[in-house]
Design a protein around this ligand. Sequence first.
Ligand code: KG4
Ligand code: ZN
Length: 359
Amino acid sequence: MRILGIESSCDETAAAVVEDGRQVVCSVVASQLDTHGKYGGVVPELASREHLRAIVPVVREALERAGAGFGGLGAVAVTEGPGLVGSLLVGITFAKAVCFARGLPLIAVNHLEGHIHAVVMEAEARGEPVELPALALVASGGHTHLFEVSRGWNYRLLGRTRDDAAGEAVDKVAKLLGFGYPGGPVIDALAPHGDPRGVRFTIARMKGNPVDFSFSGLKTAVLRWVEARGMEDEIARRRELLRANPKPSLEEWLAVTPRATLDLLASFQATVIEELLRRAQAAAEEIGARTLIVSGGVACNRGLREAARRRTLPCPVLFPTPGLSTDNAAMIAAAAFPKYARGEFAGLALRARANLALA
Ligand code: KG4
Ligand code: ZN
């Protein structure tokens, strides 16, 4: 049984065909990075317009690669939320039109459930299904959440960020320092060239829920560090480099990034990683998790993957392959499969829900 997944919640227009919830037949992602990069973040109006431009060619390419038209599908799954409402609407409207014209069932998927199912799907494909209960850390540009995942794909929210998402903090620090958008991949590439103990940052101590996250204090600490050093010339050189070449190589970045800044990046990234893993570990211990799932764009981070491998965790940790960590539609089609089996279909009155909660 093949499901066509459609994802358009933020700045990626994506379509994918997944068979039986586990085999990715094809996955097409059209990124809008070139559109938003120069603004240092996603511009919602531009995002909707780009989705409108991309949705038909992206779905067409997915169906061509799958080697079958709409006739070979059992259902269409689409991201209902959370996300940018104008962006979500493009995917939802398109999915509804396909379902109406072809008499196919429509399945609504929460974007965060999709991120979790990227890992579930790959584990099933390997023939080693995820053992439940699992603790899922979803860390992306928009979210940093900890969920308990139990049988029947039920979710319970255990903790979340009180201010910035992890990816958002990384993107803001990168922008401040002149590294452009998105910041995650650049900082990830440069961090191994600095000393993670070069700058001391402390992890926020918070009252209340011990597995909530906070990243704004860390971001402010970086800002103070930069202000105290008067780094304008250095930052200007990097902005200059970005203007001349929107995708600098590692060597080009290293040529305009002094040792002290590399130490700053390494220390900042190490602190973000420690914040994520420490609270994920505490939550996993609390619920007696049998698997730790890490997903979302930040799960691409090589430092995070290495730190998770080195750490003594109470259970095995699973990351998606990098292409399925960031936004894609295969994860949406995968998350829809159990809903299909349960007959959980959405009507054509389905609406975009910008703040849709998973639990
Ligand atoms: O899941 P995603 O594609 O979109 C959202 O749902 O937000 O995540 C994008 C976020 C951005 O903040 C980006 O900087 C971050 O994921 N990211 C990374 C890496 N690759 C992407 N953060 C750290 N290290 C990376 N390698
Ligand atoms: Zn996402």
